[in-house]
Ligand binder design. Sequence first.
Ligand SMILES: [Zn+2]
Length: 247
Amino acid sequence: MIKLERIQKPEYLSDAKILELTETFKATGAIVWNHPDIKDALLISSHSKCAYCECCVSEESKYMEVEHFEYKDKYQDSVVYWPNLLPACKRCNIAKGSHDVKIEPILNPYDADPRAHISFRLYKLKGISGVGKSTIDALDLNNSERLVLRRFEVAQQVENSISVASDRLSSYEESQTNVRKNKLFGIVGTILQECQPQAIYSATTATAVLTNEEFLQIVEKMRVNNIWPEHLEHYLQNALRLVLQPG
Ligand SMILES: [Zn+2]
Protein backbone atom coordinates (compact mmCIF):
# COMPACT_ATOMS: atom_id res chain seq x y z
CA MET A 1 0.00 0.00 0.00
CA ILE A 2 1.29 3.46 -0.87
CA LYS A 3 0.02 6.99 -0.28
CA LEU A 4 -2.26 8.10 -3.12
CA GLU A 5 -3.47 11.52 -4.21
CA ARG A 6 -7.14 11.87 -4.89
CA ILE A 7 -7.95 13.69 -8.12
CA GLN A 8 -10.94 15.91 -8.77
CA LYS A 9 -14.26 14.12 -9.01
CA PRO A 10 -15.46 13.47 -12.56
CA GLU A 11 -17.81 16.05 -14.06
CA TYR A 12 -20.43 13.33 -14.25
CA LEU A 13 -20.78 13.53 -10.46
CA SER A 14 -22.50 16.91 -10.32
CA ASP A 15 -24.40 17.78 -7.15
CA ALA A 16 -27.68 17.03 -8.92
CA LYS A 17 -26.40 13.68 -10.20
CA ILE A 18 -25.12 12.69 -6.75
CA LEU A 19 -28.54 13.43 -5.29
CA GLU A 20 -30.31 11.51 -8.05
CA LEU A 21 -28.01 8.46 -7.80
CA THR A 22 -28.19 8.39 -4.01
CA GLU A 23 -31.98 8.47 -4.08
CA THR A 24 -32.07 5.74 -6.72
CA PHE A 25 -29.77 3.55 -4.65
CA LYS A 26 -31.81 4.09 -1.51
CA ALA A 27 -35.06 3.29 -3.30
CA THR A 28 -33.97 0.36 -5.44
CA GLY A 29 -30.50 -0.80 -4.34
CA ALA A 30 -29.35 -0.32 -7.94
CA ILE A 31 -25.61 -0.32 -8.71
CA VAL A 32 -25.33 3.42 -9.33
CA TRP A 33 -21.55 3.77 -8.95
CA ASN A 34 -20.36 1.73 -11.92
CA HIS A 35 -20.18 4.61 -14.39
CA PRO A 36 -17.09 4.59 -16.67
CA ASP A 37 -16.25 8.21 -15.75
CA ILE A 38 -16.13 7.26 -12.06
CA LYS A 39 -14.02 4.17 -12.73
CA ASP A 40 -11.64 6.02 -15.07
CA ALA A 41 -11.00 8.80 -12.55
CA LEU A 42 -10.36 6.29 -9.79
CA LEU A 43 -7.96 4.29 -11.98
CA ILE A 44 -6.00 7.42 -12.89
CA SER A 45 -5.56 8.28 -9.22
CA SER A 46 -4.26 4.81 -8.32
CA HIS A 47 -2.08 4.24 -11.42
CA SER A 48 -4.49 1.45 -12.44
CA LYS A 49 -3.78 -0.52 -9.28
CA CYS A 50 -5.85 -1.66 -6.34
CA ALA A 51 -5.61 1.16 -3.78
CA TYR A 52 -5.05 -1.38 -1.03
CA CYS A 53 -2.87 -4.26 -2.25
CA GLU A 54 -1.29 -2.62 -5.35
CA CYS A 55 -2.12 -5.43 -7.75
CA CYS A 56 -2.89 -4.43 -11.32
CA VAL A 57 -6.65 -4.26 -11.59
CA SER A 58 -6.71 -4.49 -15.35
CA GLU A 59 -5.47 -8.09 -15.28
CA GLU A 60 -7.98 -10.85 -15.72
CA SER A 61 -9.92 -11.85 -12.58
CA LYS A 62 -8.63 -8.82 -10.74
CA TYR A 63 -10.84 -6.31 -12.50
CA MET A 64 -11.44 -3.13 -10.64
CA GLU A 65 -14.37 -2.66 -8.35
CA VAL A 66 -15.55 0.64 -6.97
CA GLU A 67 -14.95 0.24 -3.25
CA HIS A 68 -17.01 2.13 -0.72
CA PHE A 69 -14.75 3.03 2.19
CA GLU A 70 -17.78 3.46 4.44
CA TYR A 71 -19.80 0.46 3.35
CA LYS A 72 -22.76 1.26 1.25
CA ASP A 73 -25.51 -0.74 2.92
CA LYS A 74 -25.11 1.13 6.20
CA TYR A 75 -23.84 4.51 4.98
CA GLN A 76 -26.20 4.97 2.08
CA ASP A 77 -25.73 8.74 1.82
CA SER A 78 -22.07 8.17 0.87
CA VAL A 79 -22.79 5.74 -1.95
CA VAL A 80 -21.47 8.11 -4.64
CA TYR A 81 -19.75 10.61 -2.36
CA TRP A 82 -16.40 11.05 -4.16
CA PRO A 83 -14.07 10.89 -1.11
CA ASN A 84 -15.77 7.62 -0.12
CA LEU A 85 -14.86 5.82 -3.36
CA LEU A 86 -11.65 3.87 -3.99
CA PRO A 87 -10.47 1.55 -6.78
CA ALA A 88 -10.02 -1.93 -5.35
CA CYS A 89 -9.46 -5.43 -6.65
CA LYS A 90 -12.19 -7.97 -6.17
CA ARG A 91 -10.23 -9.83 -3.50
CA CYS A 92 -9.62 -6.78 -1.29
CA ASN A 93 -13.21 -5.70 -1.79
CA ILE A 94 -14.50 -9.12 -0.74
CA ALA A 95 -12.09 -9.31 2.23
CA LYS A 96 -13.21 -5.93 3.50
CA GLY A 97 -16.88 -6.84 3.02
CA SER A 98 -19.03 -4.98 5.52
CA HIS A 99 -16.14 -3.90 7.74
CA ASP A 100 -17.28 -0.73 9.46
CA VAL A 101 -14.47 1.84 9.29
CA LYS A 102 -16.31 4.13 11.67
CA ILE A 103 -16.28 1.48 14.40
CA GLU A 104 -12.83 0.03 13.62
CA PRO A 105 -10.87 2.55 11.52
CA ILE A 106 -8.55 1.34 8.78
CA LEU A 107 -6.16 3.23 6.51
CA ASN A 108 -7.52 5.13 3.59
CA PRO A 109 -4.44 5.53 1.37
CA TYR A 110 -5.84 8.79 -0.03
CA ASP A 111 -5.85 10.34 3.43
CA ALA A 112 -2.98 8.76 5.36
CA ASP A 113 0.54 7.66 4.50
CA PRO A 114 0.71 3.90 5.12
CA ARG A 115 4.38 4.22 6.13
CA ALA A 116 3.33 5.69 9.47
CA HIS A 117 1.22 2.62 10.22
CA ILE A 118 2.72 -0.39 8.44
CA SER A 119 6.20 -1.94 8.41
CA PHE A 120 7.60 -4.72 6.23
CA ARG A 121 9.37 -7.93 7.16
CA LEU A 122 9.93 -11.09 5.15
CA TYR A 123 7.35 -10.04 2.56
CA LYS A 124 4.69 -9.61 5.23
CA LEU A 125 3.20 -6.38 6.43
CA LYS A 126 3.15 -5.61 10.11
CA GLY A 127 0.94 -3.06 11.84
CA ILE A 128 2.92 -0.51 13.82
CA SER A 129 -0.25 1.27 14.93
CA GLY A 130 -3.71 0.08 15.83
CA VAL A 131 -5.03 1.38 12.51
CA GLY A 132 -2.21 -0.39 10.67
CA LYS A 133 -3.05 -3.70 12.34
CA SER A 134 -6.78 -3.34 11.64
CA THR A 135 -6.02 -2.52 8.00
CA ILE A 136 -3.94 -5.66 7.48
CA ASP A 137 -6.60 -7.82 9.16
CA ALA A 138 -9.62 -6.27 7.47
CA LEU A 139 -8.11 -6.49 3.98
CA ASP A 140 -6.28 -9.80 4.51
CA LEU A 141 -3.06 -8.16 3.33
CA ASN A 142 -0.89 -11.04 4.55
CA ASN A 143 -2.75 -13.68 2.58
CA SER A 144 0.09 -16.06 1.66
CA GLU A 145 -1.05 -17.21 -1.72
CA ARG A 146 -2.42 -13.95 -3.03
CA LEU A 147 0.04 -11.43 -1.64
CA VAL A 148 3.03 -12.71 0.34
CA LEU A 149 4.06 -14.97 -2.54
CA ARG A 150 3.60 -12.17 -5.09
CA ARG A 151 5.70 -9.81 -2.97
CA PHE A 152 8.41 -12.48 -2.75
CA GLU A 153 8.34 -12.93 -6.52
CA VAL A 154 8.60 -9.25 -7.40
CA ALA A 155 11.37 -8.79 -4.83
CA GLN A 156 13.27 -11.77 -6.29
CA GLN A 157 12.98 -10.25 -9.73
CA VAL A 158 14.52 -6.94 -8.72
CA GLU A 159 17.20 -8.71 -6.69
CA ASN A 160 18.20 -10.66 -9.81
CA SER A 161 18.42 -7.37 -11.67
CA ILE A 162 20.64 -5.95 -8.91
CA SER A 163 23.13 -8.79 -9.52
CA VAL A 164 23.15 -7.89 -13.20
CA ALA A 165 23.70 -4.21 -12.31
CA SER A 166 26.62 -5.19 -10.09
CA ASP A 167 28.24 -7.09 -12.98
CA ARG A 168 27.69 -4.18 -15.34
CA LEU A 169 29.26 -1.76 -12.87
CA SER A 170 32.35 -4.01 -12.59
CA SER A 171 32.48 -4.22 -16.35
CA TYR A 172 32.34 -0.39 -16.60
CA GLU A 173 35.06 -0.03 -13.99
CA GLU A 174 37.30 -2.31 -16.06
CA SER A 175 36.79 -0.25 -19.19
CA GLN A 176 34.92 3.05 -19.03
CA THR A 177 33.24 2.99 -22.42
CA ASN A 178 29.97 4.73 -23.25
CA VAL A 179 28.43 1.43 -24.25
CA ARG A 180 29.16 -0.09 -20.84
CA LYS A 181 27.99 3.05 -19.06
CA ASN A 182 24.70 3.07 -20.95
CA LYS A 183 24.13 -0.60 -20.20
CA LEU A 184 24.63 0.17 -16.52
CA PHE A 185 22.22 3.13 -16.71
CA GLY A 186 19.72 0.85 -18.43
CA ILE A 187 19.61 -1.81 -15.75
CA VAL A 188 19.66 0.64 -12.81
CA GLY A 189 16.87 2.60 -14.51
CA THR A 190 14.85 -0.59 -14.97
CA ILE A 191 15.28 -1.49 -11.29
CA LEU A 192 14.21 1.96 -10.12
CA GLN A 193 11.23 2.03 -12.49
CA GLU A 194 9.91 -1.02 -10.67
CA CYS A 195 9.99 1.10 -7.49
CA GLN A 196 7.88 3.98 -8.86
CA PRO A 197 4.28 4.58 -7.74
CA GLN A 198 3.09 3.44 -11.19
CA ALA A 199 4.58 -0.06 -10.79
CA ILE A 200 2.67 -2.94 -9.26
CA TYR A 201 3.55 -3.77 -5.64
CA SER A 202 5.76 -0.67 -5.55
CA ALA A 203 5.91 -0.51 -1.74
CA THR A 204 7.46 -4.00 -1.82
CA THR A 205 9.94 -3.33 -4.61
CA ALA A 206 10.97 0.08 -3.26
CA THR A 207 11.56 -1.45 0.17
CA ALA A 208 13.41 -4.48 -1.24
CA VAL A 209 15.67 -2.38 -3.48
CA LEU A 210 16.42 0.50 -1.16
CA THR A 211 17.26 -1.69 1.79
CA ASN A 212 19.50 -3.90 -0.37
CA GLU A 213 23.16 -3.28 0.54
CA GLU A 214 24.41 -4.34 -2.88
CA PHE A 215 22.15 -1.83 -4.59
CA LEU A 216 23.09 0.99 -2.22
CA GLN A 217 26.76 0.29 -2.92
CA ILE A 218 26.14 0.42 -6.68
CA VAL A 219 24.54 3.86 -6.27
CA GLU A 220 27.40 5.02 -4.05
CA LYS A 221 30.05 3.83 -6.52
CA MET A 222 28.24 5.44 -9.44
CA ARG A 223 28.15 8.72 -7.52
CA VAL A 224 31.85 8.49 -6.71
CA ASN A 225 32.58 7.79 -10.38
CA ASN A 226 30.49 10.81 -11.38
CA ILE A 227 28.10 8.67 -13.39
CA TRP A 228 24.90 9.20 -11.43
CA PRO A 229 22.59 11.02 -13.87
CA GLU A 230 19.71 13.27 -12.94
CA HIS A 231 16.98 10.93 -14.20
CA LEU A 232 18.17 8.13 -11.90
CA GLU A 233 18.30 10.54 -8.96
CA HIS A 234 14.70 11.53 -9.76
CA TYR A 235 13.61 7.87 -9.76
CA LEU A 236 15.55 7.26 -6.56
CA GLN A 237 13.88 10.14 -4.72
CA ASN A 238 10.41 8.96 -5.84
CA ALA A 239 11.19 5.44 -4.68
CA LEU A 240 12.47 6.60 -1.29
CA ARG A 241 9.03 8.03 -0.56
CA LEU A 242 7.50 4.53 -0.77
CA VAL A 243 9.93 2.58 1.41
CA LEU A 244 8.33 0.86 4.38
CA GLN A 245 10.41 0.62 7.51
CA PRO A 246 11.77 -2.83 8.33
CA GLY A 247 9.50 -4.48 10.92
ZN1 LIG B 1 -6.39 -5.45 -3.72
